[in-house]
Design a protein around this ligand. Structure first.
Ligand SMILES: [Zn+2]
Ligand SMILES: [Zn+2]
Length: 341
């Protein structure tokens, strides 16, 4: 079968690889669509693991199944989560599923940018979801990123009527925008340095879209929140400036959500005195569990959350290198998906 092997961001090659063999409690999925994620573009994160087959936002059709498998049938349309928790360790028992030691060890083989991939038994049992006919394969690739955003907003305790600022209007920033609206935020302020993305932010539900190059973000936020600052600021841009801005626009007692990692070795200075008196809470949120993927699917199937327009570019598996190039050119693209027909 054909796979796209990542050697480096600028070096992705199409290679042949044997189709993975499956066990009695596993399935083989024919990939139909797989999203390119921001984390696929973080060179520092992948450096020590290359060469490898990336792709963790895959959907497809059940092509083979082991004898013991009874929860899916051949031909079913499925979304597969690449990581699942063990459900029995200390982290899992406390709801910290994405911190479970086994979370990273459970992985689809070889990855989503392949004609076929194997789904190990734990992933099949806990987080392989059937996709109803009214949701396309490419839209269903958004289940994983939407799940990540739902988890973050849940961790921040988003309540009906909260004011929310989202820093960075890339794909995850726009998903946060849509979700904040769906979950009843009273004011949504989005900032980005790219004008075209701000237009999308307005389309996806932002009440105010601010380009900090032209307008002072904290003044804009004050105008929307009676001078207080937002209840929740979500940082989806991996830069220190974004985090500083996020801290700056949180109200006293508000939450700053750490959603995008900066490159290693970058630090923000914080004053415990200021933090103490402001009671701003720092809420990091990494990945998504089986709980949010289901919610993401339900919200998309019901049409409560409509994200089709987020997908700006489609490439064939053979053109995975081009897909990455396009995803990197953030001024011209939003979500990029790789298709296999
Ligand atoms: Zn992702
Ligand atoms: Zn666990």
């Amino acid at each position: 079968m054909k796979v796209a092997v990542y050697y480096d961001l600028q070096d992705i090659r199409i290679e042949e690889m044997p189709e993975p063999k499956i066990g009695e409690d596993e399935i083989l999925v024919q990939m139909k669509a797989c999203g390119v994620c921001g984390s696929d573009l973080m060179g520092w994160y992948l450096k020590n693991r290359a060469p490898l087959v990336l792709g963790h936002e895959p959907t497809g059709i059940v092509a083979r199944k082991g004898k013991q498998v009874d929860i899916v049938s051949l031909g079913d349309r499925v979304f597969v989560h690449h990581h699942v928790a063990c459900m029995t360790c200390h982290y899992c028992l406390n709801g910290d599923y994405t911190l479970c030691e086994r979370f990273h060890e459970t992985n689809i083989e070889p990855g989503g940018f392949a004609e076929y991939f194997r789904v190990p038994a734990p992933n099949l049992r806990l987080d392989t979801l059937k996709i109803p006919e009214n949701l396309s394969f490419e839209e269903a690739t958004l289940i994983e990123p939407v799940g990540c955003c739902i988890r973050a907003l849940k961790k921040c305790g988003l309540q009906y009527g909260d004011s929310v600022a989202i820093i960075g209007a890339g794909p995850t920033g726009l998903i946060h925008t849509t979700l904040a609206k769906t979950f009843g935020a009273s004011a949504i302020i989005v900032s980005d340095l790219v004008e075209s993305r701000l237009n999308f932010a307005r389309k996806f539900g932002a009440d105010r879209a601010i380009n900090p190059k032209n307008e002072d973000l904290s003044e804009g936020v004050k105008a929307e929140t009676d001078g207080r600052g937002v209840d929740i600021a979500v940082v989806t841009a991996p830069s220190l400036e974004a985090y500083k801005a996020g801290l700056d626009i949180c109200r006293r007692g508000g939450k700053l959500c750490v959603f995008a990692p900066t490159t290693p070795g970058q630090y923000i200075h914080m004053s415990p005195k200021e933090l103490f008196f402001s009671e701003i809470r720092i809420v990091p949120s990494y990945s998504t569990s089986h709980l949010e993927t289901r919610l993401a699917l339900d919200l998309m199937v019901s049409g409560r959350v409509n994200l089709g327009e987020l997908i700006s570019h489609r490439f064939k598996l053979d053109e995975t290198a081009k897909a990455f190039e396009m995803a990197l050119a953030g001024e011209r693209s939003l979500k990029v998906v790789v298709l296999n027909n």
